[in-house]
Design a protein around this ligand. Structure first.
Ligand code: FES
Length: 68
């Protein structure tokens, strides 16, 4: 699914970018990591949601690894 129409970035690309760079905390930083920048800004809430989702997934993985 396309998340950022202006930069033709789909949710898989955004997720892969976020997974590979856990320090990314803002939609603008996510755009920079993908080699582009926000234009219209309509995707910013969706990218913020993806940042939160990936952060939560990483926390679960870390907690499971620590439990082993
Ligand atoms: S949809 Fe992402 S900047 Fe316009």
């Amino acid at each position: 699914m396309i998340v950022c129409v202006c930069n033709a970035k789909n949710s898989q690309t955004v997720r892969e970018t976020l997974t590979g760079a856990p320090h990314i905390g803002t939609p603008a930083a996510a755009h920079r990591a993908m080699g582009c920048k926000p234009q219209c800004g309509r995707c910013l809430p969706a990218i913020a949601d993806l940042i939160e989702e990936v952060r939560n997934e990483n926390a679960v993985v870390t907690a499971l690894a620590a439990a082993d």
